[in-house]
Design a binder for this molecule. Sequence first.
Ligand SMILES: [Zn+2]
Length: 331
Amino acid sequence: MHPHSSIAHASRRGFLGGAAALAAGATLPLGGAALAKAPLSNTQSGYFYRFMLGTAEVTVVSDGPLPLGDPGASFLGVPKETVYGMLENNFLAKDNVVLEQNVPIVNFGDRLVMFDTGMGFSKAFGPTTGRLLKSMAEAGIKPEDIDAIVISHAHIDHIGGISSQDGKPHFPNAQIYISQIDYDFWLDDARLGTPFKAFGEHARANLRPVKDRIVFFKDGQEFLPGVQAIAAPGHSPGHHIFRVASSGKSFAFLGDLTHHAILLTEKPRLEFAYDFDPKQAVESRVKLLTILADEKTPVMSYHFAWPGFGNLAKAGDGFRYYPTPMQMLRG
Ligand SMILES: [Zn+2]
């Protein structure tokens, strides 16, 4: 076959055969490597995504991917092969489960409210986390403009971005809203002698510098206009999710009610290695996901694949997550 094969020739040979023929026919520079007109870019778009909720504008910013390692060591309660099989069936890597850290910042018009804050200076899960401030800069949001930070629970990957390593608050004008149960639990000296020592240390490092700006919310309370707390204990003793509403529209910010769109969602009775009380976590997960699916309330999930916004429906013994397609045009 002539090296300058026509499209007709290529399609008769099948796509792969045609592509090979085209490659073989290309003129190769010295050394044998083909050079495109442009080098590989090795860049990505900014790590933020915007959508409207009623009359409020939501900007999801990322603290960066959080690799957990072997999924069989984190997702428990069934044989490891079941966990690996679920990932494989969904074309996901089974040697390393990678969680996102999706931080919604909601501009209600009169107030800028951020939900959770990422890992901050901790590198307990590697170098890819801790990019919250960078992502905010990419989105054009200034730290001093944040009025409120709402915390789902005091784990390292949710409170880590509140203060710098030398104890300075990153968000000088923000009130911090958290459950008193979680605050008291994670700042208790008793945590320092347990396997959760690092969690206790980071809760102190981040929350103590802002202790004068902390406000405790209660289960069911609409503690800010359009933001209601709903207790979801188990993963952490004071873990809460939040109903976020504007002009008749709403979503639920799920915090760590479920960490994975497949593993803890399709099988909500799986347990997670970092759960404080795995049985209670399962109970909260099944109860609240059922309510949200029945109501068809959209969800914004902290650890789901970027940007973490979608819907849930009941499916078998669990739930199926339907990510909402991203819309890149505005106006
Ligand atoms: Zn988390």
